[in-house]
Design a protein around this ligand. Structure first.
Ligand SMILES: NC(=O)c1ccc[n+]([C@@H]2O[C@H](COP(=O)([O-])OP(=O)(O)OC[C@H]3O[C@@H](n4cnc5c(N)ncnc54)[C@H](O)[C@@H]3O)[C@@H](O)[C@H]2O)c1
Length: 330
């Protein structure tokens, strides 16, 4: 199968691209390399990989990228609440409008399958219940809203899409991110710093990034259709900090300022019925951090490991992403 993978050099995409070529698929990556292309350097010359450098907002590039493609996996996005909130108009352009265009082009080009990376953030704050795919959605911020609007547009534009609503990711990747809760906690503990918890009683569904990549590959190979939650397990932020502390002893500092109000428990039973089960846990993540990440990462607080800090600080990145607006610097 020949797959167009947007966002293929990101935290999730750099793992998924390798998984797909290992399974014998051809992969065309469409990415504007907001965070560089180091994450895919060693696979760039693989016969099964083709790279298109470009912005998903550019219709002509998307159109050309769709030639001779069987299936599309669409990951490219401004990812995370803080990053999306920097300039909500840009997030709408990239996360929603470009996604709608891609879905429409997929229909015109008769692409066999369209798989979209959505997020459990569409559920917002709904404590005291177990949320399934047909539960109400309640996105709290422009990131969640743009993802939910995209889901609706895709369902309208393309006949039988696959939408995977992922839990918050964690774990090692070729493009490391330390702006994700579990990764940050592990990095703090391994650097003998206190784990900083904001609020702490909020429930969240989590998912290892390698399991997330496996879920996309599973959906592709089984030609799944419909909306699926993909999670490993639900856990409170406090409990998660305690679990990390058990594996890497340190102290926990709890701040009562709740920065992120998302609070929800999600069931992944629908996908599990088809035979997919996320397996990788925090013990696995700590082990891989010690074995693969620790030596390479000199400073986990460096801006390159945080989407928000990168967008906020880097002028060249701002020129690539923003056409005007509050964050745009000449
Ligand atoms: N990381 C998480 O916890 C999480 C949770 C739920 C859903 N998701 C979804 O999974 C997907 C991948 O997330 P990630 O963590 O790998 O993010 P990431 O920020 O590491 O990767 C995003 C990739 O998209 C590319 N990109 C961004 N805007 C683009 C544009 N306009 N044109 C072309 N390429 C562009 C970037 O260069 C980058 O390679 C996203 O759709 C995200 O919403 C992620």
């Amino acid at each position: 199968m020949k797959v167009l993978l947007t966002g293929g050099s990101g935290y999730l995409g750099s793992i998924l691209s390798r998984k797909l070529i290992a399974k014998g698929h051809g992969v065309r990556i469409l990415d504007n390399f907001l965070f560089g292309d180091n994450s895919i350097k060693d696979i760039k010359n693989n016969k099964k990989i083709e790279i298109v450098e470009g912005d998903i907002r550019d219709l002509s590039i998307v159109g050309r990228s769709l030639k001779n493609i069987d299936s599309v996996i669409h990951l490219a996005s401004i990812v995370g609440t803080q990053s999306a909130e920097l300039d909500p108009k840009t997030s709408i352009e990239i996360n929603f409008m470009a996604t709608r265009n891609i879905a429409e082009l997929c229909k015109i080009y008769k692409i066999k399958q369209f798989i979209f990376a959505s997020t459990c953030s569409v559920y917002g704050a709904q404590p005291n219940q177990l949320i399934a795919e047909n539960s109400e959605v309640n996105p709290l911020d422009s990131y969640g809203q743009s993802k939910f609007q995209s889901e609706r547009a895709i369902l309208q534009a393309y006949d039988y899409p696959t939408i995977l609503r992922l839990g918050t990711l964690f774990g090692a990747s070729y493009r490391m991110r330390f702006d994700l809760a579990i990764n940050l906690f592990i990095a703090q503990a391994m650097n003998k710093e206190k784990i900083t918890v904001f609020g702490g009683d909020q429930w969240r569904p989590f998912l290892h990034v390698d399991d997330a990549a496996e879920a996309f590959s599973f959906a592709l190979e089984n030609k799944m259709e419909g909306i699926y939650n993909v999670i490993w397990k639900n856990i409170t932020i406090n409990q998660m900090a305690k679990d990390v502390k058990k594996l890497v002893p340190t102290k926990i500092d709890i701040s009562k300022d709740i920065v992120d109000k998302r609070d929800y428990k999600v069931t992944g039973a629908k996908l599990e019925k088809f035979g997919f089960k996320a397996k990788k846990d925090i013990t696995y993540a700590v082990k891989e951090f010690k074995e693969k990440i620790q030596d390479d990462v000199k400073n986990y607080t460096d801006e390159k490991y945080s989407n928000y800090k990168s967008f906020f600080n880097s002028k060249s990145l701002q020129r690539k992403v923003y056409t005007q607006g509050p964050i745009f610097k000449q």
